[in-house]
Design a protein around this ligand. Structure first.
Ligand code: MG
Length: 324
Protein backbone atom coordinates (compact mmCIF):
# COMPACT_ATOMS: atom_id res chain seq x y z
CA UNK A 1 0.00 0.00 0.00
CA UNK A 2 1.08 3.54 -0.50
CA UNK A 3 -0.20 7.04 0.20
CA UNK A 4 -2.98 8.92 -1.51
CA UNK A 5 -1.34 9.89 -4.78
CA UNK A 6 -3.41 7.51 -6.90
CA UNK A 7 -6.19 8.98 -8.97
CA UNK A 8 -9.56 7.49 -8.12
CA UNK A 9 -10.43 5.96 -11.45
CA UNK A 10 -13.92 4.58 -11.53
CA UNK A 11 -15.26 3.63 -14.95
CA UNK A 12 -18.80 2.35 -15.20
CA UNK A 13 -18.50 -1.28 -14.17
CA UNK A 14 -20.58 -3.83 -12.45
CA UNK A 15 -19.71 -3.81 -8.76
CA UNK A 16 -21.79 -6.54 -7.14
CA UNK A 17 -20.01 -9.57 -5.78
CA UNK A 18 -20.43 -12.47 -8.15
CA UNK A 19 -20.94 -10.18 -11.10
CA UNK A 20 -18.69 -10.04 -14.11
CA UNK A 21 -17.42 -7.17 -16.16
CA UNK A 22 -18.35 -7.49 -19.82
CA UNK A 23 -15.13 -6.40 -21.49
CA UNK A 24 -12.23 -5.57 -19.21
CA UNK A 25 -9.52 -5.85 -21.88
CA UNK A 26 -7.82 -2.94 -23.60
CA UNK A 27 -5.57 -4.14 -26.42
CA UNK A 28 -2.76 -1.68 -27.16
CA UNK A 29 -0.47 -4.08 -29.03
CA UNK A 30 -1.56 -7.11 -31.11
CA UNK A 31 0.67 -9.35 -29.00
CA UNK A 32 -1.70 -8.82 -26.07
CA UNK A 33 -4.44 -10.81 -27.85
CA UNK A 34 -2.42 -14.00 -27.44
CA UNK A 35 -2.35 -13.53 -23.67
CA UNK A 36 -6.05 -13.08 -23.08
CA UNK A 37 -9.33 -14.71 -23.93
CA UNK A 38 -11.56 -12.13 -25.52
CA UNK A 39 -14.66 -13.70 -23.99
CA UNK A 40 -13.44 -14.01 -20.38
CA UNK A 41 -14.78 -11.56 -17.87
CA UNK A 42 -13.44 -9.89 -14.79
CA UNK A 43 -15.01 -11.70 -11.84
CA UNK A 44 -15.69 -9.86 -8.60
CA UNK A 45 -15.21 -12.48 -5.90
CA UNK A 46 -15.48 -10.56 -2.66
CA UNK A 47 -15.60 -7.06 -1.20
CA UNK A 48 -15.18 -5.66 2.29
CA UNK A 49 -11.52 -4.71 2.75
CA UNK A 50 -10.23 -1.27 3.59
CA UNK A 51 -7.07 -1.87 1.57
CA UNK A 52 -6.62 -5.31 0.05
CA UNK A 53 -3.03 -6.28 -0.71
CA UNK A 54 -0.43 -9.01 -0.63
CA UNK A 55 -2.04 -11.99 -2.43
CA UNK A 56 -0.27 -15.37 -2.36
CA UNK A 57 -1.66 -18.62 -3.73
CA UNK A 58 -1.17 -21.84 -1.78
CA UNK A 59 -1.44 -24.59 -4.43
CA UNK A 60 -1.82 -27.52 -2.04
CA UNK A 61 -4.86 -25.94 -0.38
CA UNK A 62 -6.22 -24.04 -3.39
CA UNK A 63 -6.41 -21.02 -1.14
CA UNK A 64 -5.52 -17.44 -1.85
CA UNK A 65 -4.25 -15.59 1.20
CA UNK A 66 -4.41 -11.81 1.10
CA UNK A 67 -4.06 -8.83 3.43
CA UNK A 68 -6.57 -6.27 4.58
CA UNK A 69 -3.93 -4.00 6.06
CA UNK A 70 -5.88 -1.27 7.90
CA UNK A 71 -8.09 -3.94 9.48
CA UNK A 72 -4.95 -5.84 10.56
CA UNK A 73 -6.17 -9.17 9.23
CA UNK A 74 -5.44 -11.82 6.66
CA UNK A 75 -8.22 -13.16 4.50
CA UNK A 76 -8.52 -16.50 2.74
CA UNK A 77 -10.32 -17.14 -0.54
CA UNK A 78 -11.21 -20.81 -0.92
CA UNK A 79 -11.06 -21.56 -4.61
CA UNK A 80 -13.04 -24.77 -4.18
CA UNK A 81 -16.23 -23.19 -2.89
CA UNK A 82 -15.71 -19.48 -3.70
CA UNK A 83 -15.93 -18.39 -0.08
CA UNK A 84 -13.86 -15.79 1.74
CA UNK A 85 -13.21 -15.89 5.46
CA UNK A 86 -10.81 -14.43 8.00
CA UNK A 87 -7.58 -16.42 8.11
CA UNK A 88 -5.92 -14.44 10.88
CA UNK A 89 -6.93 -11.44 12.97
CA UNK A 90 -4.23 -9.31 14.53
CA UNK A 91 -1.60 -10.38 12.02
CA UNK A 92 0.81 -7.52 12.66
CA UNK A 93 -0.48 -5.41 9.77
CA UNK A 94 0.90 -7.80 7.18
CA UNK A 95 1.27 -6.47 3.67
CA UNK A 96 2.98 -8.48 0.90
CA UNK A 97 3.26 -12.25 0.79
CA UNK A 98 4.86 -14.96 -1.26
CA UNK A 99 5.22 -18.74 -1.14
CA UNK A 100 8.62 -20.38 -0.93
CA UNK A 101 9.71 -23.60 -2.66
CA UNK A 102 8.54 -25.62 0.36
CA UNK A 103 5.06 -24.13 0.10
CA UNK A 104 5.41 -21.97 3.20
CA UNK A 105 3.87 -18.51 3.43
CA UNK A 106 6.36 -15.65 3.68
CA UNK A 107 4.95 -12.41 5.11
CA UNK A 108 5.93 -8.75 5.25
CA UNK A 109 4.84 -7.33 8.60
CA UNK A 110 4.35 -3.60 8.98
CA UNK A 111 3.60 -3.91 12.69
CA UNK A 112 6.40 -6.31 13.46
CA UNK A 113 8.71 -4.46 11.07
CA UNK A 114 9.88 -7.86 9.97
CA UNK A 115 9.76 -10.54 7.31
CA UNK A 116 8.42 -13.76 8.76
CA UNK A 117 7.49 -17.29 7.70
CA UNK A 118 4.57 -19.47 8.75
CA UNK A 119 5.99 -22.96 9.20
CA UNK A 120 4.13 -26.13 8.27
CA UNK A 121 3.20 -26.58 11.94
CA UNK A 122 1.72 -23.06 12.07
CA UNK A 123 4.44 -21.40 14.12
CA UNK A 124 5.97 -18.07 13.10
CA UNK A 125 9.66 -17.65 12.38
CA UNK A 126 11.15 -14.18 11.99
CA UNK A 127 13.53 -14.18 9.02
CA UNK A 128 14.63 -10.53 9.14
CA UNK A 129 13.94 -7.63 11.47
CA UNK A 130 17.15 -5.57 11.43
CA UNK A 131 19.82 -4.31 9.06
CA UNK A 132 23.20 -3.40 10.51
CA UNK A 133 21.69 -3.36 14.00
CA UNK A 134 18.81 -1.02 13.09
CA UNK A 135 15.16 -1.97 12.81
CA UNK A 136 13.73 -2.34 9.33
CA UNK A 137 11.18 0.29 8.28
CA UNK A 138 8.16 -1.80 7.31
CA UNK A 139 8.70 -4.61 4.81
CA UNK A 140 6.22 -4.24 1.98
CA UNK A 141 6.59 -6.91 -0.67
CA UNK A 142 8.61 -10.07 -1.05
CA UNK A 143 9.71 -12.78 -3.46
CA UNK A 144 11.47 -16.10 -2.89
CA UNK A 145 14.33 -17.09 -5.18
CA UNK A 146 15.01 -20.69 -6.23
CA UNK A 147 18.24 -20.75 -4.21
CA UNK A 148 16.22 -20.24 -1.02
CA UNK A 149 17.04 -16.58 -0.58
CA UNK A 150 14.24 -14.13 0.21
CA UNK A 151 14.26 -10.68 -1.39
CA UNK A 152 12.05 -7.90 -0.03
CA UNK A 153 11.40 -4.17 -0.18
CA UNK A 154 11.39 -1.93 2.88
CA UNK A 155 9.72 1.47 2.35
CA UNK A 156 8.22 3.45 5.23
CA UNK A 157 4.48 3.15 4.62
CA UNK A 158 3.94 1.03 7.71
CA UNK A 159 5.64 3.53 10.03
CA UNK A 160 4.38 6.72 8.38
CA UNK A 161 0.92 6.62 9.98
CA UNK A 162 -1.24 4.74 12.47
CA UNK A 163 -3.51 3.53 9.66
CA UNK A 164 -1.54 0.46 8.59
CA UNK A 165 1.06 0.02 11.32
CA UNK A 166 2.63 2.03 14.09
CA UNK A 167 4.08 5.49 13.57
CA UNK A 168 7.84 5.63 14.09
CA UNK A 169 10.96 7.25 12.78
CA UNK A 170 13.04 5.27 10.33
CA UNK A 171 16.12 3.97 12.12
CA UNK A 172 17.88 3.18 8.85
CA UNK A 173 16.98 6.55 7.33
CA UNK A 174 16.50 5.12 3.85
CA UNK A 175 14.42 2.53 2.01
CA UNK A 176 16.28 -0.36 0.41
CA UNK A 177 15.72 -3.74 -1.18
CA UNK A 178 17.23 -6.56 0.87
CA UNK A 179 18.27 -10.16 0.40
CA UNK A 180 18.08 -12.72 3.21
CA UNK A 181 20.78 -15.35 2.80
CA UNK A 182 19.36 -18.89 2.88
CA UNK A 183 22.37 -20.33 4.70
CA UNK A 184 23.22 -17.91 7.48
CA UNK A 185 20.15 -15.66 7.53
CA UNK A 186 22.20 -12.51 7.04
CA UNK A 187 20.47 -9.46 5.58
CA UNK A 188 22.22 -7.54 2.79
CA UNK A 189 21.08 -4.41 0.96
CA UNK A 190 20.95 -5.16 -2.78
CA UNK A 191 19.20 -2.06 -4.21
CA UNK A 192 19.89 1.31 -2.61
CA UNK A 193 19.01 3.80 -5.36
CA UNK A 194 15.25 3.98 -4.86
CA UNK A 195 13.11 6.28 -2.73
CA UNK A 196 10.22 3.95 -1.83
CA UNK A 197 10.85 0.48 -3.29
CA UNK A 198 7.58 -1.43 -3.31
CA UNK A 199 6.56 -4.30 -5.63
CA UNK A 200 9.23 -6.86 -6.45
CA UNK A 201 9.54 -9.91 -8.72
CA UNK A 202 12.09 -11.87 -10.74
CA UNK A 203 12.01 -12.76 -14.42
CA UNK A 204 11.32 -16.48 -15.02
CA UNK A 205 15.02 -17.38 -15.24
CA UNK A 206 15.80 -15.09 -12.27
CA UNK A 207 18.32 -13.15 -14.34
CA UNK A 208 16.39 -9.91 -13.84
CA UNK A 209 14.97 -8.28 -10.73
CA UNK A 210 12.06 -5.88 -11.19
CA UNK A 211 11.27 -3.34 -8.48
CA UNK A 212 8.59 -0.63 -8.40
CA UNK A 213 9.27 2.75 -6.82
CA UNK A 214 6.21 4.48 -5.34
CA UNK A 215 8.14 7.50 -4.09
CA UNK A 216 5.64 9.82 -5.77
CA UNK A 217 3.35 9.16 -2.79
CA UNK A 218 5.73 11.32 -0.76
CA UNK A 219 7.29 13.56 -3.40
CA UNK A 220 5.59 14.41 -6.72
CA UNK A 221 8.97 14.88 -8.37
CA UNK A 222 9.50 11.11 -8.39
CA UNK A 223 8.28 9.28 -11.47
CA UNK A 224 6.08 6.20 -10.83
CA UNK A 225 8.29 3.53 -12.30
CA UNK A 226 9.37 -0.07 -12.39
CA UNK A 227 13.14 -0.44 -12.69
CA UNK A 228 14.90 -3.61 -13.76
CA UNK A 229 18.22 -4.83 -12.36
CA UNK A 230 20.39 -7.57 -13.93
CA UNK A 231 21.19 -10.21 -11.33
CA UNK A 232 24.89 -10.97 -11.00
CA UNK A 233 25.99 -14.48 -12.00
CA UNK A 234 26.46 -15.54 -8.38
CA UNK A 235 22.79 -14.70 -7.80
CA UNK A 236 23.33 -12.65 -4.65
CA UNK A 237 23.68 -9.07 -5.95
CA UNK A 238 22.48 -6.96 -8.85
CA UNK A 239 24.08 -4.64 -11.37
CA UNK A 240 23.02 -1.07 -11.96
CA UNK A 241 19.36 -0.82 -12.83
CA UNK A 242 17.55 0.86 -15.68
CA UNK A 243 14.06 2.16 -16.29
CA UNK A 244 11.62 -0.56 -17.37
CA UNK A 245 8.26 1.23 -17.41
CA UNK A 246 6.55 4.40 -16.22
CA UNK A 247 2.98 4.20 -14.92
CA UNK A 248 0.42 6.17 -16.90
CA UNK A 249 -2.30 6.17 -14.21
CA UNK A 250 -1.46 6.36 -10.52
CA UNK A 251 1.42 4.21 -9.31
CA UNK A 252 2.75 0.74 -9.85
CA UNK A 253 2.50 -1.15 -6.55
CA UNK A 254 2.72 -4.96 -6.63
CA UNK A 255 3.18 -7.08 -9.75
CA UNK A 256 4.08 -10.55 -10.97
CA UNK A 257 5.87 -11.91 -14.04
CA UNK A 258 4.40 -14.75 -16.10
CA UNK A 259 6.44 -17.66 -17.44
CA UNK A 260 6.98 -15.87 -20.76
CA UNK A 261 8.39 -12.84 -18.98
CA UNK A 262 5.42 -10.49 -19.27
CA UNK A 263 5.05 -8.14 -16.33
CA UNK A 264 1.47 -7.93 -15.01
CA UNK A 265 1.33 -4.93 -12.74
CA UNK A 266 -1.12 -3.02 -10.63
CA UNK A 267 -1.90 0.60 -11.56
CA UNK A 268 -4.35 3.26 -10.45
CA UNK A 269 -6.79 2.05 -13.11
CA UNK A 270 -6.45 -1.71 -13.02
CA UNK A 271 -3.76 -4.02 -14.37
CA UNK A 272 -1.25 -3.31 -17.12
CA UNK A 273 0.72 -5.93 -19.03
CA UNK A 274 4.21 -5.18 -20.31
CA UNK A 275 6.29 -7.17 -22.77
CA UNK A 276 9.78 -8.01 -21.48
CA UNK A 277 11.06 -5.31 -23.84
CA UNK A 278 9.07 -2.72 -21.88
CA UNK A 279 6.23 -2.23 -24.38
CA UNK A 280 2.81 -1.72 -22.81
CA UNK A 281 0.79 -4.47 -24.49
CA UNK A 282 -2.59 -4.00 -22.92
CA UNK A 283 -4.66 -3.37 -19.84
CA UNK A 284 -7.30 -5.04 -17.72
CA UNK A 285 -9.74 -2.40 -16.53
CA UNK A 286 -10.79 -2.76 -12.91
CA UNK A 287 -13.29 -0.44 -11.20
CA UNK A 288 -10.91 0.31 -8.32
CA UNK A 289 -7.32 1.21 -7.70
CA UNK A 290 -5.34 -2.03 -7.87
CA UNK A 291 -2.62 -2.67 -5.31
CA UNK A 292 -1.30 -6.08 -6.24
CA UNK A 293 -1.79 -9.23 -8.32
CA UNK A 294 -0.69 -12.85 -8.32
CA UNK A 295 -1.23 -16.00 -10.32
CA UNK A 296 -3.22 -18.92 -9.00
CA UNK A 297 -5.40 -21.85 -9.85
CA UNK A 298 -4.27 -25.41 -10.56
CA UNK A 299 -3.00 -24.29 -13.99
CA UNK A 300 -1.61 -20.99 -12.67
CA UNK A 301 -3.55 -19.19 -15.38
CA UNK A 302 -5.87 -17.24 -13.11
CA UNK A 303 -4.79 -13.72 -12.26
CA UNK A 304 -5.97 -12.68 -8.81
CA UNK A 305 -6.35 -8.93 -8.56
CA UNK A 306 -6.49 -6.95 -5.33
CA UNK A 307 -8.68 -3.91 -5.84
CA UNK A 308 -8.63 -1.45 -2.99
CA UNK A 309 -11.65 -2.98 -1.27
CA UNK A 310 -12.29 -6.10 -3.32
CA UNK A 311 -10.90 -9.31 -4.75
CA UNK A 312 -11.22 -9.90 -8.50
CA UNK A 313 -9.93 -12.56 -10.87
CA UNK A 314 -9.46 -13.04 -14.58
CA UNK A 315 -8.42 -16.14 -16.51
CA UNK A 316 -5.51 -15.55 -18.91
CA UNK A 317 -3.90 -17.44 -21.77
CA UNK A 318 -0.58 -17.49 -19.94
CA UNK A 319 0.78 -19.04 -16.77
CA UNK A 320 2.47 -17.66 -13.72
CA UNK A 321 5.36 -19.28 -11.90
CA UNK A 322 4.69 -22.22 -9.62
CA UNK A 323 5.63 -20.18 -6.58
CA UNK A 324 4.99 -16.45 -6.57
MG1 MG B 1 3.14 -2.96 -2.02
Amino acid sequence: MFGGACRDYRPKFVTKVGAMNENPHVVLDPRFRKLIFGHTKLEKLWTGARWAEGPAYLPAARHLIFSDIPNDRLMRFNESDNTVSVFMNGCGFQNGHTVDRQGRLIACEHGGRAVSRIEHDGTRTVLASHYQGKRLNSPNDVVAKADGSIWFTDPTYGIDTEYEGYTAESEIGASYVYRIDPDDGSVAAVVTDMFKPNGIAFSPDESLLYVADTGRSHDPSFAPVIRVYPVQPDGTTVDEGRLFATCDVGLFDGFRVDMAGHVWTSTGAGVSCYHPDGTLLGKVQVPEIVANVTFGGPRRNRLYIMGQTSLYSLFLNTQGPKYC
